[in-house]
Design a protein around this ligand. Structure first.
Ligand SMILES: C[S@@+](CC[C@H](N)C(=O)[O-])C[C@H]1O[C@@H](n2cnc3c(N)ncnc32)[C@H](O)[C@@H]1O
Length: 254
């Protein structure tokens, strides 16, 4: 049984800002199991990756609420987001010893139109030694320079055997012959280019390697063009995944 059934649920308005899925069950963890499984990758013992977590783009605390309901909850969690109202809600409703929230004053047309016009800001105030940095459906809304900046920041914030778990939209650039060497993303919305950002898979592999990461595990999208989950680590105790072509049922253009 979960140990924190008393945690409040975010208002429906906020839930609608972060996902079309707004049902209570998307915010719950009734079994109290590890939210993303035991994550016993490399030499990590089951559950060890959950010790100290940064939830980058935590929104209204969906993942943090579920983490707090684990039978073996994390020792420390930091949630960070650009949306001030959701961060305020999280601070008032989910903060407790070991769980804190940070407003990140970076501008976003949809998520943070009232923020300062910063394109990126350092993440240092969030801390370091994270055993897990989580970013669910966040890099899917960041442009190329922002993504590279934040991946670079995160590399010095991870514990030695720390992992980044993040979701991505991928394409095969070869299916878009007009894309030049320097063009690596496909955008779907003219008014808000961050509505959905698709990254070229080869660019992703090259960039993460250049930044010193290993691709440890990929959970390919079950439906073509949707979220792929990638685990990145820096430690050489993680075996690097032999890069294979994404299945044609997961990524556009393969
Ligand atoms: C689709 S929502 C996902 C929210 C949460 N991760 C979840 O799974 O419920 C994307 C989140 O990323 C946040 N975000 C957008 N740009 C950001 C940035 N530059 N830094 C941090 N968070 C950002 C948004 O405010 C929003 O809460």
């Amino acid at each position: 049984m979960s140990n924190r059934v008393d945690l409040p649920l975010p208002p429906l308005e906020y839930r609608g800002w972060v996902s079309p899925i707004t049902v209570d069950s998307y915010y719950d963890n009734p079994s109290g199991d590890y939210v993303w499984g035991p994550l016993d990758l490399g030499l990590l013992a089951p559950g060890e990756a959950y010790r100290r977590i940064l939830d980058f783009g935590c929104g209204c605390g969906r993942e943090i609420r579920r983490l707090l309901m684990q039978k073996d909850p994390p020792k420390e969690i930091v949630g960070l987001d650009v949306n001030r109202r959701m961060i305020d809600w999280c601070t008032h409703n989910l903060a407790r010893p070991g769980v804190s929230f940070i407003h990140h004053d970076v501008w976003s047309r949809w998520y943070a139109p009232d923020n300062s016009r910063n394109r990126v800001l350092p993440l240092a105030s969030a801390g370091s030694d994270f055993s897990l940095i989580e970013a669910n459906s966040v890099f899917t809304h960041l442009l190329e320079d922002q993504t590279v900046y934040y991946l670079e920041q995160m590399s010095s914030m991870l514990a030695p055997a720390g992992l980044i778990r993040a979701t991505w939209f991928f394409i095969n650039k070869k299916a878009f012959p007009m894309m030049s060497d320097s063009q690596n993303t496909v955008l779907i919305d003219e008014e808000d280019p961050t509505k959905a950002v698709f990254y070229d898979w080869e660019f992703f592999v090259r960039t993460t390697r250049r930044l010193g990461y290993r691709i440890v595990k990929v959970e390919w999208a079950l439906n073509l063009g949707l979220h792929n989950t990638v685990f990145l680590g820096r430690d050489d105790t993680f075996a690097e995944l032999l890069i294979t072509t994404p299945p044609g049922t997961s990524c556009l253009g393969f």
